[in-house]
Design a protein around this ligand. Structure first.
Ligand SMILES: [Fe+2]
Ligand SMILES: [Zn+2]
Length: 401
């Protein structure tokens, strides 16, 4: 095989045992681990010149070309350490690098380790806020990887001592990707001096929410950059939606399960400004192992609950429980951003809010970068710095599943 990542040169691997069976073969690795591969899977993965390869999308082999009962004529490790299979009823030979086989094993237990799992948190996280200095993150790959890891694990990271200028948000956003459009344009000013009159442009507190829950695909990584903090108060607040989900799952499992299954309506309607956005989506998204990978919750844009009548009370009790938790100081990470600081957070997991203030000069700016770009930059950097397994981890898919 010729995967796109640089692998060590193939070496003889006499210590890998090969045990053929009816539908596939088992490899027993030197460390005792066993992994099974269906013959049809191996045939499908052939990346010879005739079959092409999926890394470049120049793949000529179709699933329709691969019989479910594909069988080898012979299967053995060759002198260069490749697993070589000559296929029955086909004049075709496939070769597989052993490192590649180990890396792509889909054996139970091995594949589960590939799923990244977040570190959930509550108010106490402020005692040790995930943070990275702007200078470190912007001048070294190690610094960027540290930023990416914290954002991946905790769903947020504070970037400290960045440019305290009006366009500082651009410099911070560049660390994760290209600025994307939101329902409010590329950048939105959160200041009472703005002519726009959302709740964010007042001096009132803003309750926790994920942004733009009324869009099929809400903004991904939000970047909230502080140009000028309020003299006092106006602290930023974050709440871990995944932690609330874990708690709800323990307290009311049946209700939690309904919130994962039953779509709820969200909307933003303002005909005068030519706006009519709406979607229906569940509050939590689970992955195939039933772990939470996406969260959307925006009480201010929740439309009248359009759910089956016999589910209403349960769904609403779930919404109430979430709303109680998000408003409780126990779950709120409250901290102050100074001029030049920014907080990056995953809008498909973490809710944001702010406390009220009295200083009209406070100015924060918000923009966003897609989650795909963040994940891609994380993978590229991890690979570059020698962490290929980290680069291949399965990351939370977000609210789009
Ligand atoms: Fe917001
Ligand atoms: Zn082939």
């Amino acid at each position: 095989m010729n995967p796109p990542v640089t692998l060590p040169a193939a070496r003889p691997t006499p210590s890998i045992q090969l045990v053929p069976a009816k539908t596939g073969l088992t490899l027993i690795w030197p460390d005792g681990l066993q992994s099974f591969y269906h013959y049809a899977w191996l045939r499908d993965c052939c990346d010879c010149d005739l079959c092409g390869n999926s890394y470049s999308s120049k793949r000529y082999l179709q699933p329709a070309d691969v019989p479910l009962d594909s069988l080898p004529e012979t299967a053995c490790f060759d002198s260069e350490g490749y697993l070589q299979i000559a296929w029955k009823e086909e004049d075709h030979v496939s070769r597989f690098d052993s490192d590649w086989l180990r890396r792509y094993s889909y054996h139970d237990g091995i594949r589960e380790q590939r799923f990244h799992r977040p570190v959930t948190w509550d108010a106490q996280i402020v005692e040790n806020l995930p943070s990275v200095e702007y200078r470190y993150a912007s001048t070294s790959d190690q610094g960027r990887l540290e930023l990416y890891r914290k954002l991946r694990d905790f769903g947020f990271v504070v970037v400290t001592s960045g440019p305290p200028r009006d366009n500082g948000y651009q410099r911070v956003a560049q660390l994760v990707g290209t600025i994307a459009e939101s329902a409010y344009g590329q950048v939105f000013d959160l200041t009472p001096q703005s002519k726009i009159t959302t709740l964010g442009n007042t001096m009132l507190p803003v309750p926790p929410h994920t942004d733009e829950a009324y869009r099929h695909n809400p903004p991904g990584i939000n970047i909230l950059h502080c140009v000028r903090p309020a003299e006092t108060a106006g602290e930023s607040v974050l709440v871990d939606g995944f932690r609330l989900g874990e708690q709800l799952r323990r307290d009311q499992p049946e209700v939690f399960e309904l919130l994962c299954r039953q779509p709820q309506p969200f909307h933003r309607i303002d005909p005068e400004n030519h706006l009519h956005q709406q979607t229906r989506a569940p509050v939590f998204v689970l992955d195939e192992l039933s772990e939470i990978v996406g969260f959307r919750f925006h009480t201010r844009s929740a439309a009248p609950l359009d759910v089956p009548s016999d589910r209403f009370l349960k769904i609403y009790s779930g919404n109430r429980a979430l709303s109680q938790m998000m408003l409780s100081p126990e779950y709120q990470a409250r901290f102050r951003l100074e001029a030049g600081d920014a907080v990056l957070f995953d809008n498909h997991r973490v809710m944001h809010a702010r406390l009220g203030f009295h200083d009209r000069k406070r100015k924060l700016r918000i923009c966003n970068v897609s989650r795909e770009q963040f994940h891609e930059n994380l993978r590229l950097t991890a690979n570059k710095l020698g962490y290929p397994d980290e680069a291949r981890q399965i990351l939370a898919a977000g609210v789009c599943g």
